[in-house]
Design a protein around this ligand. Structure first.
Ligand code: GLA
Length: 731
């Protein structure tokens, strides 16, 4: 395992347990040669095809452009004749855009360097190896470090890039596009898989046949967004959960991005991923460097399921941090859907008392507790407790909750400012805005210009003051609008193009401070539901609110798309009241519980308003959570059937690491008359073992369940669900 450089073949080979990634140098160019199943030797350099026309310029300079426009580059650049999409584009002060890189040096080290100011996967000298390849453009005095890491026990690798102005030639170079990863291959009739969505409909899986030209997803909204996920995967035709080759890329970043695949004139495909060039222009002065975010690459030889489990393991082991990442989280009761803005201390305590009696462990006070926040039209920025609603402040509330055995958690939206707020009246220039142009409102709020030090320090002071005024053990950090009107009074004209990038860096700085100052506080990120559900935010919070749509049926597709790339224990999921507030649907209480069990699990309702029958089911649901949380948090996730695809039922399975326990969740969305049972093929079991279906005396061979399936009987009525537990039998 690890990374080697074969001097004779001029080939870098990056190995994981089952994959190899190869690149080679030819006449100074760093070319991509291979990514796929593990190779024995180091003979892959020929795959770059430099020995056939149009040849490298060293052999035939006559057709340099044809070479540049066809060669498989590891980090393609603009302005010199590669007319496909690039990773690096620049502009000099003289107005030129040409940049061409050639190999200078490399080094291989054990372990992994943290990326300054950015979230990134981490690893120790025992579990990963890193390679830095330095490329340079001597005309510009520009250097690029391409950094790669492979993990000993995972079929994943990471990439990032550092761009440096050495100052040898140019006092200033403007970077207009810096992507993090490129993967050049031949098209194999690939399908492109991406995730798209909208508010309350996040992470819908889309598969489409790759066509000639550029296609993909992007965000220019200042956050990764409801509308897209910084992810793409190429799949060989017919790829399923268990079969097919999958090449996936995921960006550890929380702002504008692009994820594109381009099929060129020669039937080659170039996939790129990184920060969007939209409104991006970074001034790089002599001696400065720019760090691009990290991209994760996964190759799976065993379909989408293999990709999913590698990403889950990578994020669980090498991205999530802090005390809570490996711990069972308290069963929370969130006030939002139960009370919205209409509450006072007595009402909150009554809700909490009712929840505590049923087994809920933490009360989370959502929006509405500060300033004059009567509704969502005002007061963001005024992070002072509203003592009219909460006499005695948060301290009294927290103390009373603690006295009844409940923890206390709190909602905040620190990045925002309402025009109707004391903060805005005092500092109207603190909102992002373009001088002379009234900034656009979104949910009646503006975005704070966190790139200004005094603004960031104000926000931090308020967070610190609030979190130390009471025993707060959880924070939901929300962000409820997109970025527009990008102007900062703190940046000169030639740096305004850095604003959206610097904004994300400022959010990271605040959250890093949060993690350092309050290491025991459980942080849940949120953005109008799941608009900033990305690997970047996961570095700071081990869970993210998945969606404002809490309907159990709608959640099936949302959670399927989310779990395709994210571990289950990161998905914020709650049981809410019916008719559901997003869609008006009524689903059985146990189905709501089974669906929320796939995520963090909690409640978002006023328990006093439930029917007696609903309330009576809650202790049982909570017992299921306590029983299965360790399995769900650490086990392998297998998607068995998709309601999104079959329009009838959903089914997923989690198997313990030792394969002794499997939990199958079956949701029959629509009932149908005269149906036989559904035989669902299980996955991940030991074929040589036998399993007992809990609650019965039925024993199945692991192989029979894997290859013959488990019959799931029709249930009476719509929106019904069942949990099935299989336990390995001792011989
Ligand atoms: C966002 C969140 C919700 C809730 C509201 C409060 O929409 O996603 O869960 O916190 O804000 O205003």
């Amino acid at each position: 395992m690890g990374i080697l450089y074969d001097e004779k073949n001029r080939l870098f080979k990056l190995d994981t347990p089952h994959t190899s990634y190869c690149m080679g140098t030819r006449d100074g160019y760093l070319l991509h040669c291979y990514y796929g199943p593990r190779l024995r030797g180091t003979d892959a350099a020929y795959l770059a095809r430099t020995d056939e026309p149009p040849y490298t310029p060293a052999r035939s300079a006559r057709d340099k452009l044809s070479f540049l426009d066809a060669a498989p580059f590891e980090y393609p650049t603009g302005g010199v004749g590669d007319f496909r999409t690039h990773c690096l584009e620049i502009r000099t002060t003289a107005g030129h855009n040409a940049v061409e890189l050639s190999y200078r040096r490399h080094s291989i080290q054990k372990g992994k360097r943290p990326l300054p100011g950015l979230p990134a996967t981490f690893g120790s000298a025992h579990d990963c190896t890193s390679l830095t390849v330095t490329l340079a453009d001597d005309v510009l005095g520009l250097e690029v470090d391409l950094e790669y890491t492979v993990f000993e026990d995972l079929d994943a690798l990471t990439r990032s890039a550092v761009i440096r102005n050495t100052g040898a030639k140019e006092p200033v170079i403007y970077l207009t596009k810096v992507l993090s990863a490129c993967l050049d291959m031949d098209d194999r009739d690939f399908e492109l898989l991406t995730l798209h969505g909208s508010w309350a409909r996040e992470r819908v899986i889309q598969r489409q046949r790759l066509a000639v030209g550029r296609q993909g997803v992007f965000s220019e909204r200042g956050e990764t967004s409801h509308q897209a996920q910084p992810f793409l995967a190429l799949l060989t035709p017919g790829t399923t959960q268990t079969q097919g080759q999958v090449y996936a890329m995921h960006l550890v970043w929380s702002g504008n991005f692009e994820a594109q695949a381009e099929v060129d004139q020669h039937g080659q495909v170039r996939s790129v991923l990184g920060v969007s060039p939209y409104d991006f222009c970074w001034k790089l002065s002599a001696g400065e460097s720019f760090q691009a975010p990290e991209a994760v690459l996964v190759y799976s030889h065993h379909g989408l399921g293999g990709m999913t489990r590698t990403l889950h393991d990578l994020y669980r082991g090498h991205l999530l941090r802090g005390e809570w990442k490996d711990k069972k989280r308290p069963v929370l009761l969130n006030s939002w859907e139960g009370a919205y803005f209409d509450f006072d201390t007595e009402k909150l305590l009554a809700m909490a008392r009712s929840g505590a009696a049923l087994g809920m462990e933490m009360f989370v006070l959502d929006d509405g507790w500060f300033g004059d926040r009567r509704d969502d039209n005002r007061a963001l920025g005024d992070w002072y407790v509203n003592e009219e609603k909460l006499p005695g402040g948060l301290k009294r509330l927290a103390d009373e909750l603690n006295a009844m055995g409940m923890k206390f958690g709190l909602w905040m939206e620190p990045e925002m400012i309402s025009p109707d707020s004391d903060l805005y009246r005092a500092h109207p220039d603190w909102a992002l805005q373009v001088p002379g142009r009234p900034a656009g409102l979104c949910r009646n709020q503006y975005v704070l210009d966190l790139t200004r030090r005094e603004v960031l320090e104000y926000v931090w002071d308020r967070i610190e003051a609030i979190l130390t005024c009471a025993n707060i053990e959880y924070v939901k950090w929300d962000m409820n609008r997109q970025l527009s009107d990008l102007g900062s009074t703190g940046l000169p004209g030639d740096r305004q193009g850095e604003l959206s990038y610097r904004y994300v860096l400022a959010v990271y700085e605040l959250q890093e401070r949060f993690c350092t100052r309050f290491p025991n506080v459980l942080l849940e990120n949120c953005s109008g539901g799941g608009a900033r559900y990305d690997p970047g935010m996961l570095y700071y919070s081990p869970q993210i609110w998945c969606s404002d749509d809490t309907d159990a049926v709608e959640r099936l597709a949302i959670q399927e798309g989310t779990a395709l790339v994210y571990p289950l224990a990161t998905m914020g999921a709650h049981v809410s009241a019916c008719p559901n507030h997003a869609v008006g649907r009524t689903t059985p209480m146990d189905t709501r519980g089974h669906v929320a069990l796939a995520g963090t699990f909690g409640y978002e309702l006023d328990p006093r308003k439930l029917t007696e029958e609903e309330r009576s089911q809650i202790p049982g649901q909570i017992a299921l959570y306590h029983r299965f949380n360790a399995l769900l948090r650490t086990g392998g996730y297998y998607r068995l059937a998709s309601y999104r695809e079959n329009h009838a039922f959903d089914c997923w399975q989690v198997v313990s690491r030792d394969r002794r326990t499997a939990l199958v969740t079956y949701v029959q969305v629509l009932a149908a008359a005269n149906r036989r049972s559904r035989r669902v093929l299980l996955q991940g079991l030991d074929p040589a073992a036998s399993y007992r279906l809990e609650g019965t005396d039925r024993i199945f061979g692991g192989d029979t369940l894997l290859y013959g399936g488990l019959p799931l009987e029709p249930l009476w009525g719509d929106f019904r669900s069942r949990l099935l537990v299989l336990r390995m039998q001792e011989d």
